[in-house]
Design a binder for this molecule. Structure first.
Ligand code: GUN
Length: 296
């Protein structure tokens, strides 16, 4: 039987609508408008598109969007000075420095200069440590979006076998921490994992985040499993450019219980969760109740 398609586009629209409702209430009841500052260094075309979309969606939910576009040759000192100003600015509740940065800038140094309370990407070492020790953190947006979809589809995740394929700091590792916090039995697999097919086949929850087009075929999927495909890979097929995931959708959809498509699965959830994190950061900064259902 063909798996249920988990509609990330509709889910993300619902998250944005919830954020917009909270933002309207914040303005009315507390006179607060959450603000997100996005910093882009250089002219990477993909990053420019992301930043533009972030700005549009931030304004659509009623938040303030502050965009800082810096020359590719910007010095580390100037970038750190901007971050210091944003850290001190009470109208800015979230700060995102678009990655990758040009090679002469130290990404770790820059990210760790952001006030952890404003680190809506959840990349600061304090937030990584808080998440890993089960404390209140800012959680990276893509894994947060995956968790929301998993909870919605499965309810309790307790006791399930979860396999995360990919060990990046942005997706694989925080995803594994979130699943562990949900009481899953978690395996992190990667390019050196032995018997990857057998490992994947154990998974009740299979999260693919490796960035290799269609590397996970349907016969690596346990029948009835929930498959979350984080990959967004641009390939050429039949003379046309096409977006595909890390999972071979055509074969996996025949085996899985539920699966996220590419495009229209995890992708739209990332910006929706960035907005949710900005709202959460604003509420925490002002000692207000956090929005329910929009945090980890
Ligand atoms: N570049 C691609 N994805 C992301 C993301 O989620 N956050 C940041 N800061 N940069 C990115």
């Amino acid at each position: 039987m063909s798996a249920k398609r988990i509609d990330g586009k509709a889910f993300a629209a619902d998250v944005r609508a919830q954020v917009a409702t909270h933002v309207a209430r914040l303005k009315e009841e507390s006179g607060l408008t959450p603000g997100l500052a996005v910093v882009l260094v250089g002219e990477d075309p993909a990053s420019q598109v992301y930043v533009k979309n972030k700005g549009i969606q931030t304004r659509e939910v009623g938040m303030n969007s502050f965009e800082h576009k810096l020359d590719a040759a910007t010095s580390e000192a100037d970038l750190l000075a901007l971050i210091a100003r944003l850290n001190a600015d009470p109208t800015v509740h979230g700060i995102l420095v678009q990655l990758p940065l040009p090679g002469h800038l130290d990404s770790d140094l820059v990210i760790n200069a952001i006030d952890p309370a404003k680190d809506v990407d959840g990349f600061h070492i304090s937030n990584v440590g808080l998440l890993g020790t089960g404390q209140k953190a800012m959680v990276p947006c893509t894994p947060l979006g995956c968790l929301m979809m998993l909870r919605d589809h499965l309810g309790s995740l307790s006791g399930l076998d979860a396999v995360v394929v990919g060990r990046s700091n942005i997706v694989g590792k925080p995803m594994a921490q979130l699943l562990l916090a949900e009481s899953c039995t978690v395996t992190i697999a990667h390019s050196r994992t032995k018997n990857l097919a057998e490992v994947c086949k154990r998974a009740d929850i299979l999260v693919a985040a490796v960035g290799r087009p269609e590397m996970i075929p349907g016969d690596w999927v346990k029948p009835g499993a929930t498959v979350i495909d984080v990959g967004i890979n641009r390939i050429e097929r039949d003379g046309k450019m096409k977006l595909v995931g890390d999972v071979d959708f055509a074969s996996a959809v025949e085996v899985a219980g539920a699966i996220t498509p590419v495009p229209g699965g995890v992708g739209p959830m990332t910006i929706a969760c960035l907005l949710a994190n900005t709202l959460t950061a604003c509420c925490r900064a002002h000692g207000l109740a956090e929005p329910e259902g929009l945090t980890a």
